[in-house]
Design a protein around this ligand. Structure first.
Ligand SMILES: Cc1cc2nc3c(=O)[nH]c(=O)nc-3n(C[C@H](O)[C@H](O)[C@H](O)COP(=O)(O)O)c2cc1C
Length: 303
């Protein structure tokens, strides 16, 4: 038997495969298509204090080896989430990580303070890196002091593990991971989407209304791997690897590069069973490689 469990700071997961924020709603959008209880966990769509309608359409488009999205953090807000989404999430036999986005430090703190009372939530993922909103978003993700302050203040209002989701749109991501560690953060997730754009050559107009959006999918995998490796080589903090993971081989590669767990996003739109398949593939891989504990794969690179 292979031990698939992994430890992300204080958070223990039954296996290292999580569904990424914004790609499965509050679990409800994928529940009928796959067995969520097999997964290590689900990360909810980013929640803000008040509901947000997000950006006007067109909000997504396909690009070479990936997709662009500028959803603009559309979400139901904390109150509706507690009333209408938590009862469903409670029934799922998997770990629930609640992702929070905000326009001010105070809003991050207030959301975390309110949601920390909810037993169904095992940990928080703080999104300081959304490229598609006017206020907050990348302004925080690009600012070392802001990331340090958010980590520090959010940690002060919760006993649950706090994971900070970092932006790749910076020159030294490891400096941000260090700021998270120095301020008591339990882990980092890397990466959120890269800023990108696309034009229709006949109308000469941007393909998405917001002009720029977040690039995800296989196109960003090598960038994401390099960011995970950079953090792994410079900062001792658990890393959740994200970016273009389509199958178990990609997941194994991220773990070798330094990730303790992985999240999958874009692939959910193509194959909702990808999470389950990745877990099965990782088990077979561990058997072939005589790996007894999948956690031993983390940062096993030889450079
Ligand atoms: C349609 C869409 C919506 C997303 N919404 C969020 C979000 O609300 N919060 C967040 O932290 N990340 C969000 N993301 C980013 C993903 O969680 C993930 O970091 C990114 O897509 C890279 O992973 P992938 O290449 O596997 O998709 C979104 C991504 C997509 C494609």
């Amino acid at each position: 038997m292979i031990d698939l469990s992994v430890q992300i700071g204080k958070l223990k997961l039954k296996n290292p495969v999580l569904l990424a924020s914004g790609t499965v709603g509050y679990g409800n959008e994928i529940a009928e298509l796959t067995d969520l209880s097999k997964l290590g966990g689900i990360v909810t769509k980013s929640l803000s204090l008040k509901p947000r309608i997000g950006n006007p359409p067109q909000r997504v488009c396909e690009t070479s080896s990936g997709m662009l999205n500028a959803i603009g953090l559309a979400n139901v807000g904390v109150e509706v989430f507690i009333k209408e989404k938590i009862p469903f999430l409670k029934k799922l036999n998997t770990t629930i990580i609640c992702n929070i986005a905000a326009s001010s430090v105070e809003e991050y703190v207030e959301c975390t303070r309110i949601l920390t009372r909810e037993e169904a939530i095992a940990a928080f993922e703080i999104n300081v890196s959304c490229p598609n909103v006017k206020d907050g978003g990348l302004e925080f993700g690009n600012n070392l002091q802001a990331v340090a302050q958010i980590t520090n203040k959010v940690k002060a209002v919760t006993d649950k593990p706090v994971i900070i989701k970092l932006s790749p749109n910076v020159s030294r991501i490891s400096e941000f991971a260090k700021a998270v560690k120095d301020n008591g953060g339990d882990a980092v997730s890397a990466i959120n989407t890269l800023v990108g754009t696309a034009f229709d050559i006949w109308t000469k107009k941007p393909k998405i209304k917001n002009v720029t959006g977040g690039l995800s999918g296989p196109a960003i995998k090598p960038v994401a791997l390099a960011k995970v490796l950079e953090i792994s080589r410079n900062v001792e903090i658990p890393i959740i690897g994200i970016g273009g993971i389509m199958d178990w081989k990609d997941a194994a590669e991220f773990m070798i590069a330094g990730a303790s767990a992985v999240q999958i996003g874009t692939v959910n739109f193509i194959n909702p069973k990808a999470g389950e398949e990745i877990i099965d593939g990782l088990i077979e891989y561990c058997k072939k490689m005589s790996i007894g504990r999948i956690a031993d794969l983390t940062a096993s690179y030889e450079i």
